[in-house]
Ligand binder design. Structure first.
Ligand SMILES: *C/C=C(C)/C=C/C=C(C)/C=C/C1=C(C)CCCC1(C)C
Length: 266
């Protein structure tokens, strides 16, 4: 019975995946321009697109194999890569056709996926017993300030120049790092399960090291060199691979650790 149920979910997921893949093909066929060899930015867009789709399918399928308390985290991980996959299908076409940065869609994507990741952090903190609604809103607010400042700086919709807005974004990001490393979470985490401890450490590293790739991309992108736009896009695409796929994999690994531990207790 359970097996039948599982097979049904698996086949539904497979159908869903094939559907998503066929959508990707349709939009690729409609393009007037093709990727030229040596267009490394376009290649990085295509790799990121495929990676986001594969990660989404993986997280949805693996959701069935983890303990119930980790299922929501797996769902959120799949949503992050799923939303990104959808936006990447557009961003990559935008690049191939215009040769320009898909600036607006990039920030639209972050505006949805970063709050989703903040919710993921919140779920992990909740497992450690240190999550409060106030903390969630502080992290959420700081991440919004960071992204809005970045958008204003890159798009130049308001004056001030790219570096003032960069500085504001950096302050918001440092505040997030401060909350994670200096808040009470880290004291309580040593009492939590092995899986939760792993997830917490992974989260702290992603926020500090993984997220650092973005300001680096911004910095190089605004440097005014001829390669600036290429650097910016390759670095942002790489950053998304680390922060969306690798982060989801860490959550999945933490969930698997916990699920095994619970199974051996029983
Ligand atoms: C999935 C997308 C993610 C996790 C995007 C994260 C984006 C950032 C951490 C952006 C950071 C920036 C700063 C810290 C300074 C201002 C410029 C930004 C917006 C690139």
């Amino acid at each position: 019975m359970i097996k039948r149920e599982k097979n049904r979910i698996l086949s539904l997921a497979t159908i869903g995946m094939l559907f998503l893949i066929s959508l990707t093909l349709v939009s690729a066929e409609g393009d007037e321009k093709l990727i030229t060899a040596g267009d490394n930015v376009a290649i990085s867009f295509w790799i990121a697109t495929a990676l986001m789709l594969a990660s989404t399918a993986f997280f949805i399928l693996e959701r069935n194999n983890v303990a119930p308390k980790w299922k929501t985290s797996m769902t959120v991980a799949a949503l992050v890569t799923g939303v990104a996959w959808y936006h990447y299908t557009y961003m990559r076409d935008h690049w191939v056709i215009t040769g320009e940065s898909p600036l607006v869609l990039r920030y639209v994507d972050w505006l949805i996926t970063v709050p989703l990741q903040v919710s993921e952090f919140y779920l992990i903190l909740a497992a450690v017993g240190v999550a409060t609604a106030a903390l969630f809103w502080r992290l959420f607010g700081a991440s919004l300030i960071m992204l809005i400042a970045g958008y204003i700086g890159e798009s130049a919709v308001i004056g001030g120049g790219p570096w003032l807005w960069f500085a504001i974004g950096m302050v918001a990001w440092f505040y997030i790092i401060y909350e994670i490393w200096v808040g009470d979470a880290k004291n309580k985490v040593s009492e939590a399960s092995e899986g939760t401890q792993f997830a917490f450490k992974a989260m702290a590293l992603i926020l500090t090291v993984g997220w650092a790739i973005y300001p680096l991309g911004y910095f190089l992108g605004e440097s005014g060199s001829a390669e600036a736009i290429n650097n910016l896009n390759i670095i942002y695409n790489l950053a998304d691979a680390v922060n969306k796929t690798a982060f989801g994999l860490m959550v999945w690994y933490a969930a698997t650790l916990d699920t095994k531990a619970t199974a051996s207790e029983e």
